[in-house]
Design a protein. Structure first.
Length: 110
């Protein structure tokens, strides 16, 4: 085995839960902060408790609301695409002199 490739191993690592419970274990990190442990987890305690870490449910609901508000039908998408195409064609120069004026403006601005 190669030397100096393994992480440092700590034998007595304190794990602290948000509920106040602490216990000792071994790890490569010398101190842990956890949000839920076996003492307060609903599966182990048998109590029904809603565990929402960092507002995940609220974030999901806001994403779903935003996604549902942006729903556009296929016919609406086609209409918008057609309008953009027509607008782009209207912006094109109609004569050769207008085209030359546009290219001069672009070259002068560079």
């Amino acid at each position: 085995m190669k030397a100096q490739i393994h992480p440092k191993w700590f034998e007595d690592v304190t794990v602290t839960c948000a509920c106040g419970n602490t216990f000792v274990t071994a790890s490569t990190i010398n101190k842990y902060q956890v949000e839920i442990c076996a003492k307060c987890h609903p599966f182990y305690t048998g109590q029904m408790k809603f565990v929402d870490t960092a507002g995940r449910v609220d974030a999901f609901m806001s994403r779903m609301k935003k996604a549902s508000s942006k729903v556009i039908s296929k016919s609406e998408k086609r209409r918008i695409k057609k309008e953009k195409k027509i607008q782009k064609e209207l912006e094109r120069p109609e004569t050769l002199t207008e085209l030359r004026k546009q290219t001069k403006k672009k070259n002068n601005s560079k």
